[in-house]
Design a protein around this ligand. Structure first.
Ligand code: HEM
Length: 478
């Protein structure tokens, strides 16, 4: 970190500098701002913004944004002064497309009540109880593949993540036609909220016939009626347990009245989206990275053999699967499913030495910060070792996870941070590690194409990510 950077960090932390100047600005064309540059090349846009400084202002889609590339400023916004920020209009407008009453988009007292109600499904004990389903579904996925078969990882992992989610949180198997309703809606929202489509939406008049919008509306209507059916069935069922679907189906306000159907529906749709695409794309990226790196793969195999010795992994193994966790962390660093976190300051604020006016949409750049050479050596290289330290134990070398003390905490925040950090973080990390250990224990992959061309939708989309299955083997039980 340079001296100027550290001066700016302390300014940000103290919130001083009322005379501070405005951040540098990326200029766009009149009326449209930078909308078209983002639509043409979102990653190129991010790079040129980063080159201008730690906080960079721009206008797009009729909204005033500021991209933030400094970990200390991220900590200020998400943690130490979190009360001075809200989710803001850009995020809540997006919420209107999916589930405005869902926990991702609500604020204040309503959000706090929802978080309290829902977190009982994510305690460490509950997550341990989901582990067998995470392993079984991964084993079933691989058992469906033949030696030499070409598999599109993005779709395969999407099926896997949805099965795990509905089996653990909803206590039901979702048959393939119902699962297709969920994935169709997720795809339709991704198309509708992609930078290209948002750009078009800000140019076209509202009466213009729009295929993407029609598809989105039809897909969401189908998803809403599917979720309403699930709730009605669970309410009618004697067998309601303590899973999330049952919890919501019978949830009551303090006066004893039931939550209205829209509130229950929005919550379930939020989980179907937040808990499915994110883990699916991470797994696709992780397996694709592994397929291209024989040294990492060999090290992972060594650890799996030493810890699991040919059987399926269990949740008790996780503490000893340090390399497996490092692989997952590193994939999440290079390809964070959520590339940014959005917040809006309630009043003017100073970040990294710059004054940002109230109402600006702050875009805390997970993708930019996690690939910044100031905090990461060889930032573009897949190197799980960066997360590990070697110990010499009695029985030889042993690896443990270790954070670099010189690296700021918020140089890595794929799950966001502070009071609104991802509620499913522990669920996701457990699922990613167990799925990876199960899949790698049964199969290897060769890449079909050498390069990856991710695109930006609601999440970072890896594209089909095709691999060929190699060295497929049967496994014994746990
Ligand atoms: C690799 C997987 C995942 C990643 C990278 C991820 C990332 C995130 C991020 C960045 C946020 C935004 C927080 C903010 O605005 O500050 C978030 C929120 C959330 N995530 Fe995740 N997530 C993942 C998996 C999951 C799973 C599996 C679930 C549920 C089963 C889940 C449920 C949620 C919920 C409910 C919120 C809203 C929390 C709140 O506002 O209180 N996520 N996640």
């Amino acid at each position: 970190m340079t001296e100027t950077d550290s001066l700016r960090s302390s300014d940000a932390a103290e919130g001083t500098g009322t005379n501070a100047e405005r951040p540098p600005r990326l200029r766009g064309i009149p009326l449209l701002g930078t909308t078209l540059s983002i639509a043409r090349d979102p990653f190129g846009f991010l790079r040129s913004a980063r080159a201008r400084g730690d906080v960079v202002a721009y206008e797009a889609y009729g909204t005033e944004f500021a991209l933030v590339f400094e970990p200390a400023a991220v900590e200020t916004v998400l943690v130490s002064r979190a009360d001075e920020f809200r989710k803001g209009e850009f995020e809540t407008d997006f919420g209107e497309l999916i589930a405005p009453d869902g926990i991702l988009f609500t604020e204040g007292k309503r959000w706090r009540r929802q978080r309290q109600l829902l977190q009982s499904s994510f305690t460490p004990d509950r997550i341990r109880s989901y582990a067998d389903a995470m392993v079984d579904e991964a084993a079933a996925l691989v058992d469906d593949w033949d030696e030499g078969e070409t598999v599109a990882l993005r779709d395969a992992m999407s099926t896997y993540a949805l099965r795990v989610l509905t089996r653990t949180l909803f206590d039901l198997p979702l048959e393939s036609d119902r699962a297709a309703v969920v994935t169709r809606a997720a795809d339709a929202v991704n198309d509708y909220a992609s930078p290209g489509r948002l750009a078009l939406g800000s140019i076209l008049p509202s009466w213009f016939p729009d295929r993407v919008e029609r598809e989105y509306e039809a897909a969401m209507a189908d998803l809403e009626s599917l979720v309403d059916d699930l709730v009605a069935q669970r309410r009618a069922s004697e067998a309601a347990g303590d899973d999330l679907l049952s919890l919501l189906a019978r949830a009551e306000y303090p006066d004893g009245s039931r939550l209205p159907p829209e509130a229950v529906r929005d919550q379930l749709i939020t989980f179907l989206f937040a808990g499915h695409e994110t883990t699916a794309t991470s797994l696709a990226f992780t397996c694709w990275l592994l397929a291209g790196d024989s040294a990492v793969r060999a090290e992972l195999d060594r650890e799996l053999e030493a810890v699991c010795g040919g059987r399926e992994p269990t949740v008790e193994d996780l503490d000893r699967l340090a390399y497996t966790e490092a692989v997952v962390r590193e994939a999440l660093r290079l390809y964070p499913p959520a590339t940014g976190v959005y917040r809006e300051p309630k009043s003017d604020v100073v970040l990294s030495g710059y004054r940002v006016p109230a109402g600006t949409t702050l875009q805390l750049s997970i993708y930019g910060i996690q690939r910044d050479g100031r905090w990461w050596t060889d930032p573009g290289t897949f190197r799980p070792e960066r997360w590990l330290a070697d110990d010499e134990g009695d029985d030889g070398r042993c690896r443990r996870l270790e954070s670099d003390p010189d690296r700021p905490e918020y140089a890595y925040f794929p799950f966001s941070g502070g009071p609104r950090h991802c509620l499913g973080m522990r669920f996701a990390m457990t699922e990613l590690q167990l799925a990876l250990a199960t899949i790698a224990g049964r199969v290897e992959f060769d890449r079909v194409a050498d390069s990856l061309e991710p695109s930006l939708g609601v999440t970072l989309d890896p594209g089909p990510t095709e691999v060929r299955v190699r060295n497929r083997r049967e496994k014994g039980g746990r």
